[in-house]
Design a protein around this ligand. Structure first.
Ligand SMILES: NC(=O)c1ccc[n+]([C@@H]2O[C@H](COP(=O)([O-])OP(=O)(O)OC[C@H]3O[C@@H](n4cnc5c(N)ncnc54)[C@H](OP(=O)(O)O)[C@@H]3O)[C@@H](O)[C@H]2O)c1
Length: 254
């Protein structure tokens, strides 16, 4: 049995809490967060706390908090022999350097607190400053997922950068699409099968092979028509920037 104190109350903390709660070999002894009302998700089944000086003893402390707060909040974990990890893709192991036993437990997925998801097939990227702790993180990861991978800070930061492009930016594009539909009284839900197929076809094609659209084809009239329809300046700028990037990526085909 591995005892865990979960620090944080946001998207990742809530998903990890639910996932750990289903595992027999893991006990979440305490959830700690600075805002009392944000701890409601754990109130019924475990000890909750807002005072970081009242951390319970545990084998593992998981910091699922904003990247910028990792170093300062980790300093509040005192007098423990436990292993301290963060869940960030973009932060180094060094962020926890004041601790003798430090690691990273980065689940590579997009989490939102309103949507609890399964960890079963998602990669969990682990790192630790000694091999014994790496093994502990591997065992912990394997209680949740069948894809636990050792990744250095350097490589994890690259993965995280790529994740920002494939997920965060893509989602922002959905948001622009929704905005344009709303402005013109068109049903955004009609685009749902297209959104799903865009991701699914990457099972069989590379992103470059999968590219379609007016910029890839070099259809200048359609590109011009779109620019005339777009009302917002920043959306027009993005449209031009992305269309030019697609054209240059497929230059040989134009
Ligand atoms: N969301 C994802 O898809 C995802 C995926 C993989 C990894 N991660 C990583 O997981 C971590 C958490 O991300 P998230 O999306 O769960 O963030 P989030 O939903 O924004 O939650 C952030 C949490 O950090 C707490 N916090 C922020 N500053 C703090 C401080 N100075 N002292 C104490 N607590 C503080 C917040 O407390 P309050 O609620 O009181 O503000 C909240 O509980 C980040 O390192 C992120 O890079 C995120």
């Amino acid at each position: 049995m591995i005892s865990v104190v979960l620090i944080g109350t946001g998207n990742v903390a809530q998903n990890l809490f639910q996932a750990f709660s289903k595992v027999n070999d893991v006990e979440v002894k305490q959830v700690i967060g600075r805002t009392k009302s944000h701890l409601n998700f754990a109130r019924a089944t475990t000890t909750i706390e807002t005072d970081f000086d009242k951390l319970l003893p545990a084998d593992l402390y998981v910091l699922a908090i904003s990247d910028d707060a990792i170093a300062s909040v980790s300093m509040r974990i005192k007098e423990t022999n436990g292993l301290i990890v963060h869940t960030s893709g973009g932060s180094s192991l060094e962020a926890l350097s004041i601790h003798k036993r430090a690691g990273v437990f980065y689940p590579l997925q997009t989490f939102t607190k309103g949507k609890i998801i399964s960890f079963e097939n998602l990669p969990i990227c682990i790192e630790a400053n000694n091999t014994k702790d790496l093994e502990i993180l591997r065992k912990l990861g394997e209680t949740l997922s069948n894809r636990v991978v050792n990744i250095s800070t350097e490589k994890r930061k690259i993965l995280h950068l790529a994740a920002v492009f494939v997920n965060n930016f893509t989602n922002y594009m959905y948001s622009i699409g929704e905005d344009i539909c709303a402005e013109n009284e068109v049903d955004f839900n009609l685009l749902q099968p297209l959104i799903e197929e865009t991701a699914h076809k990457l099972n069989v094609l590379s992103p470059k092979e999968a590219q379609t659209g007016p910029a890839k084809r070099g259809d200048q009239q359609t590109l011009q028509t779109h620019l005339e329809i777009i009302k917002k300046k920043h959306q027009r700028e993005l449209y031009t920037l992305l269309s030019n990037a697609i054209k240059s990526n497929h230059g040989e085909e134009l």
